[in-house]
Design a protein around this ligand. Structure first.
Ligand SMILES: [Zn+2]
Length: 270
């Protein structure tokens, strides 16, 4: 065991695999013993093989800030790379958050802390972002503009005791915001009138409970992070909305289908 202990002592995160082997050999531990120790630890899932090259490419400050996130990601995914793969995906995912207020601020904050390349946008145009997060009510003209942009987007709103996260729209293959409006109109013919009244009218001050805002922002950020990680959670907001009603505080999921009358083409593709 003394040879094994000597190898384990070398595993402090400062050496890659070949450096561990050569350092062990210098200390008199045969290569086959060192290899065996690494294999046993890797098979038990306790060895984190963080690519040294990737680690070196991340600025020290960002690395320090992301350490808790990486540790959580590594535990969650059990991929044994210290969260390196997830971090690479997240830092390569650009997200534009549009809308004003505490929910938009909070979503952008949480995404930045989670390692995503996040920026705030005044409008829903989003430049070259991989995903747009649209906080607040979207008017019919904004919905039309989103169809034109053809970029993945997530709708988020929180006001007057109800928070809604979703749908996550992958245009042409999942239900879009217009699909939802058409479905609402089918159930309630007065819906377009309500929609027209909502457009361009912001309550002053907007009614929103701070706890509701925080819960909705956290749920929205979780969906975006899952989108970046390609994790199943993001699916919950695809063809669906996650809704939170205060003061019950129970999330519920509502399903939506692509609407056959919508010009987004998702219904034909389904
Ligand atoms: Zn549609």
């Amino acid at each position: 065991m003394s040879q094994a202990a000597a190898v384990v002592r070398l595993l402090d995160g400062s050496r890659d695999r070949s450096e561990v082997l050569s350092e062990a050999a210098r200390g008199g531990v045969p290569a086959e013993v060192a290899e065996r120790v690494l294999t046993v630890l890797a098979a038990a899932g306790v060895l984190i093989d963080y690519p040294a090259q990737l680690l070196g490419s991340v600025p020290a400050e960002l690395r320090r800030r992301l350490r808790p996130v990486l540790a959580a990601a590594s535990l969650g995914s059990q991929d044994g790379d210290g969260g390196a793969r997830l971090m690479a995906r997240r830092s390569a995912t650009t997200v534009a958050v549009s809308g004003a207020g505490p929910v938009a601020d909070s979503v952008a904050d949480l995404l930045t802390q989670s390692g995503l390349a996040t920026r705030r946008e005044a409008s829903a145009d989003g430049g070259k972002a991989d995903l747009l997060v649209l906080v607040g009510h979207q008017s019919p003209s904004q919905t039309t503009e989103l169809l034109r942009l053809a970029r993945p987007h997530l709708a988020v709103s929180a006001s007057e005791g109800i928070g809604v996260v979703g749908p996550l729209v992958l245009l042409g293959s999942t239900a879009c915001l217009r699909c939802l409006d058409l479905a609402r109109t089918a159930r309630d013919p007065a819906w377009p009138l309500v929609l027209a009244q909502l457009s361009g009218r912001a309550a002053d001050p907007p009614a929103c409970d701070p706890i509701l805002a925080a819960a909705v922002a956290a749920q929205a950020a979780a969906v975006v992070v899952a989108f970046a990680d390609r994790a199943p959670l993001a699916q919950a907001a695809v063809n669906g909305t996650l809704e939170l009603l205060a003061p019950g505080w129970q999330w519920r999921r509502r399903s939506w289908r692509p609407h056959p009358a919508c010009c987004c083409g998702a219904s034909a593709a389904a």
